[in-house]
Design a protein around this ligand. Sequence first.
Ligand code: SF4
Length: 413
Amino acid sequence: MSDSGFLKPDAALPYCKGCGHAHVLRAIDAALDALELPARDLCVVTDIGCVGLADAQIDRPHTVHTTHGRSTAFATGIALADAVLGAGRLKTLVMIGDGGSMIGLNHLVFAASINADVTVVVHNNFLFGMTGGQHSAFSPMGFVTATTREGNRVPPLDLGALLAAARAPFVARAFATDGELPSILRRAIAHPGFAVVEVLELCTAHGSRRNPLGASRMKEIVAEAGYALGVLRDEERPHPLERAAEESAEEGGAPAAVATFTAKLDRRYGVVLAGTAGERVQSAATSLAKAALACGLHVSQKNDNPITQGSGFSLSELILSPHPIDYTGIETPDAVLVASDDGARELARSGTFSRCGEGTLVLADEGVALPNVAGDVRRAPLRAGAGAKGAAAAAVLWWVELTGAIDRAAVRG
Ligand code: SF4
């Protein structure tokens, strides 16, 4: 049973029997229990690989699952955004394997260099487990993997030494079965700034199937690689943003944001704007976001488009609110603005149309094919009147005119 809200009370860890990941998850859970960190103040960022299978077992903290090797970059962005825009109290915890650490090595180096408030737990089982047991940059000398059948001939990277050279203020290394691991993790998570804990562990499906990996052999591997164990560095150094804040305070502080225009909006309001890539859909949404900010509202904007960028749909989700926005999802949209058939198809595919309610205002170009949509559906010749590249902006202006939610002059300004 977890007090921290990290692991679900009935967590069923989805790993092979004997997998080191289970030890690490339980050690993190124990560390968080000891820290009594509120779940809402923790953001867990996981990577691709078996390590990411933990997602489904995490209970109450914020969670982000990222692309392979990029978890530390996402976490760095989250930590910086929290420091600048939020309360600065979010603790960001990365769970990444040795494969992901190899792929995204520079993200770790950069996070260490700028001293981002991120704790990185590297689950180092010396290989890529999920994809079939290929070697990584952290495979020991002589280690047999799916891609080093005769034994690895390249010396493993010493991650602790590498990140210490990047001036990481907290560096530790331990075995997954080490009884000290929860307290090392607790110190790392509590550390104000970048911390890395490299946990040496077994992949029973691939590592110990091809290599004799008992406890004594693991110690030999550590000795042969010249790895030090335990907490290797524990220092404090200022974060660049702290220095910037101090300099700003010395200069009288940053000027407070001033609302130039007014808004009638008295509640959180979700707008979805959809059209065709290359037709300035996201630019129109950004104009609306900036106008809402100028009216003193809080705003979030999420953009989406296919990987091809210049073809298919383009979509933006905006939340406008007189109150801080803690959740950026839109369950039932208050308004859906449809500038083209590409946009309509994506709204149908993603289920946005089916989530519309009786109170949803749907503003669509007159030529767009719409499915049956709940709400107040209105049509206008957006494309004929404003052209393909002006249709989204015309939809935004139409929405402003109809709702009066924000000062129209703010959009023009
Ligand atoms: S494949 Fe290896 S790393 Fe993945 S769950 Fe099984 S033992 Fe663990």
